[in-house]
Design a protein around this ligand. Structure first.
Ligand code: PFF
Length: 527
């Protein structure tokens, strides 16, 4: 139980909180992933689908996380502990289902999976909803482990841009260079270590002096850099070909897959499903308006994702290159593109600093989740918690860093996993990435909305949200849109559609069903 509630630190004001939460949301997912998946999945048509996912699922779930965090003033484990009923039929049913599946698998001699599911089933029956919080804390570890490796590459490339090592004339050379770089343990581990050290140093200082202070410096800087890059990119000859590739709507590319990609991306990009927003919400006071905060964070995250594409594609097409996916685009194509424009090293430097800032403000939020758990639930001093958690993540991340291309360097773990689970296709890096992004976050999002909608109850959640934003609960939606919200006759307490009633419907029905479908599809059980 918490020993720290009385002295819990708080954000100094709404701006600090919004910038910190937007810092968590705006990350590698916005800058190196979003533009590319838009370009590949139907441009403007995909953007429409993404915006729908954000409005119908992302924003409502974010409000749940803020409300759960602020109401309980705890980390995700503490939050679920504080609000969980003594015994929950739903949790027992899920636990029993998992347990029986484990037994079933044992009958088929799948020893590893069978034992895993039996253990998990027993844990669910014993701890119920609290396990959702535990999964969030674990996700904080695993996501930061691989995230910090990629952020480390960015840091390495900032240095390479400064020292003029990125002057490639063709993509093939940039590719070889990148391959050597990530395979070199000294570079990969050194950069991963430095990035983790930066995260630790910021989180070590606490909420206001650490996370808030740095978010207030880094987020405006991020916006300035991205604007400078957009202006540079759009003023290159032929830039419009890139804009067209990026945004021309192609509805023929919209199918179930692209809708699911949009949903997964919405969760990852908004940092939802693992309690990062819950933890940040736990440092808020009752005066803060959770509704407008949600709108600001979601708006900033979406805007930056959208404009990141305008910084990247016009430049790529103007220089006659083809866009590539993920790491290929950012670490191989872009340095070659920059090398062909005047002052290329400077623009490459700015771009990698942009990525680094985006990664850093997300990294600190991931580290804060596990830190808050040890501080609240175990009574550790913050400084000890940060150093121990940061050290553990560094070790896990190091395994990711050295297994990035294949298992060759981690043969002992590989052999062990094959013995237990039968087969492992992807590298350790990809396995950790897949586990966190495709399993932990959607499952977390599903259970957070189910918990708020059906266990804690939308009524109590709304009571929490109402503090600081009475409009949200009480204003007739149609009157609000019509500009009549202050007219007394439009606020009568009859059955009307309010923002809150829409939110309740989203949380109880739409979000859980949509996330469940997406999850089953991603893990291959559907479609
Ligand atoms: N939102 C971050 C991104 O788009 O890169 C990633 C992330 C950060 C996910 C924090 C989850 C989280 F808790």
């Amino acid at each position: 139980m918490s020993t720290t509630t009385a002295t819990r630190e708080q954000w100094s004001g709404p701006l600090g909180f919004i910038l910190a939460a937007a810092g968590s949301a705006v990350g590698l997912g916005n800058i190196w992933k979003f533009p590319y998946i838009v370009g590949e999945n139907g441009g403007g048509a995909f953007v429409i689908v993404y915006l729908l996912c954000i409005a119908v699922i992302g924003a409502p779930v974010m409000m749940c996380e803020f409300a759960l965090g602020r109401h309980t003033q705890r980390n995700p484990v503490g939050a679920f502990k504080a609000l969980s009923p003594k015994s929950s039929i739903l949790a027992h049913l899920v636990g029993l289902g998992v347990l029986l599946s484990g037994i079933f698998l044992l009958l088929f001699r799948c020893w590893g999976w069978g034992a895993l599911l039996i253990g998990l089933g027993l844990l669910i029956i014993r701890h119920g909803w609290v396990l959702v919080g535990v999964m969030g804390v674990v996700a904080g570890f695993t996501i930061l482990a691989f995230y910090s490796v990629v952020a480390g590459w960015t840091l390495g490339y900032v240095w390479k841009a400064i020292s003029g090592q990125l002057a490639f004339t063709e993509v093939a050379a940039a590719k070889t260079h990148f391959g050597h770089f990530i395979q070199n343990p000294a570079w990969a581990l050194g950069c991963h270590f430095t990035f983790m050290l930066l995260c630790v140093l910021i989180v070590y200082r606490g909420i206001t002096a650490g996370i808030e202070r740095w978010s207030k410096i880094l987020m405006p800087l991020l916006v300035l850099i991205i604007l400078a890059l957009i202006i540079r990119s759009l003023t290159l000859p032929n830039a419009m070909v890139g804009v067209r590739f990026y945004l021309t709507p192609d509805f023929s590319k919209i199918n179930t897959d692209s809708v699911l990609i949009a949903l997964g991306q919405a969760f990852f990009s908004l940092s939802l499903g693992m309690g990062a927003m819950m933890t940040y919400g736990s440092y808020l006071d009752r005066k803060a308006n959770l509704f407008t905060s949600t709108l600001s964070v979601v708006g900033l995250d979406t805007l930056i994702a959208l404009i990141a594409g305008l910084a990247i594609f016009p430049a790529v097409f103007a220089q006659g290159f083809n866009p590539d996916a993920g790491p290929g685009l950012v670490f191989q194509v872009l340095p070659t593109v920059f090398n062909q424009i005047p002052l290329g090293a400077f623009w490459a430097f700015l771009f990698f600093v942009l990525l680094l800032i985006a990664a850093l403000t997300s990294g600190i939020s991931l580290l804060e989740v596990a830190t808050a758990y040890f501080v609240d639930e175990r009574g550790w001093p913050r400084r000890r918690a940060v150093v121990v958690v940061g050290g553990a993540i560094f070790i896990l991340g190091s395994l990711c860093a050295i297994s990035v291309s294949d298992w060759a360097r981690l043969e002992w773990i590989h052999t062990g996993l094959v013995q237990i689970f039968g087969t492992t296709k992807a590298s350790f890096f990809d396995t950790i990435d897949n586990l966190s992004s495709n399993w932990f976050l959607p499952l977390g999002g599903l259970f957070i909305s189910l918990f708020t909608g059906w266990i804690w109850g939308t009524k109590y959640a709304l009571d929490e949200i109402r503090h600081g934003s009475s409009n949200f609960g009480d204003v007739h939606l149609i009157s609000l849109i019509a500009g009549l919200k202050d007219d007394p006759s439009h606020n009568a307490s009859v059955h009307v559609v309010t923002l809150a009633s829409l939110w309740g419907i989203f949380i109880r029905f739409i979000s859980p069903v949509a996330v469940l479908i997406a999850f089953l599809h991603t893990i291959g059980w559907l479609g």
